[in-house]
Design a protein around this ligand. Structure first.
Ligand code: AP5
Ligand code: MG
Length: 215
């Protein structure tokens, strides 16, 4: 099963993808994570992407579709969860081609419906474990023991360079202008399922799992 998690910045795409990976052995393909890894490693892609990401704009379609193609070639276990890709009509077309070339197709596009005003708070409060990447939030999901990662016991945490209010507003505007318009394309193909992304994290997961199980 191959699915897209679609929603604005902070909608919970990464949070839900991680849970599906743990529960179902699916594989998360996050172009944001791939690009951040490239920036950190200082690769040519990272050097091109860095300033664009820090401004909240979109990296070129060619770069992100190439990253997805390379990742698909490594295999996707029990299915792929596309997180933060596609983000433009051109990327949506590329994804169809990349999947078709590998004899695969999309099963669902899960839209996380959210209230944009709440998202700024979600994003500005977000942090992750620097060792294992587990995600946390100042208000909604703190480590059980302050300063210690629940998963790996690490003590170092980090915040993303683009998680400030000004950049978040630009990211949201980019979502509205370039990404939201691809929803009708998938609606016309009968692939879209809408989930309430403002519910508790576990309830959102349960709603997605019900869709994947055809319940
Ligand atoms: P990317 O990394 O994809 O960022 P994004 O789309 O802005 O989304 P986020 O990762 O911020 O949010 P999320 O939906 O994953 O939310 P999360 O689960 O973390 O992209 C970053 C940049 O890379 C882009 O701006 C662009 O420059 C570039 N890029 C990436 N892909 C690209 C592409 N395809 N084309 C071009 N450029 C691309 O949740 C957020 C917080 O809320 C967390 O703290 C979480 O704990 C909390 N939370 C989650 N769910 C809930 C809930 N139900 N209730 C309460 N809190 C919750
Ligand atoms: Mg994310």
């Amino acid at each position: 099963m191959n699915i897209i998690l679609l929603g604005p910045p902070g909608a919970g795409k990464g949070t839900q993808a991680a849970r599906l990976v743990a529960d179902r052995g699916m594989v998360q393909l996050s172009t944001g994570d791939m690009l951040r890894a490239a920036v950190k490693a200082g690769t040519p892609v990272g050097l091109q992407a860095r300033a664009v990401m820090e401004s909240g704009g979109l990296v070129s379609d060619e770069i992100v579709s190439a990253l997805i193609g390379e990742r698909l070639d490594q295999g996707t276990g029990n299915g792929a969860i596309f997180d933060g890709y596609p983000r433009t009509a051109a990327q949506a077309e590329s994804l169809d081609e990349l999947l078709a070339a590998r004899g695969a197709k999309l099963d669902y596009v899960i839209e996380l419906a959210v209230d944009e005003d709440a998202l700024v708070e979600r994003i500005v409060g977000r942090f992750t474990c620097a060792t294992c990447g587990e995600g946390y939030h100042d208000k909604f999901k703190q480590p059980k023991v302050a300063g210690t990662c629940d998963v790996c016991g690490g003590h170092e945490f980090k915040r993303r360079a683009d998680d400030n209010e000004e950049t978040v507003r630009t990211r949201m505007a980019e979502y509205r202008a370039k990404t939201a318009p691809i929803i009708p394309i998938y609606e016309a193909r009968g692939l879209v399922r809408r989930v309430d992304g403002m519910a508790d994290i576990g309830e959102v997961t349960a709603a997605i799992e019900a869709i994947l199980d055809g319940r």
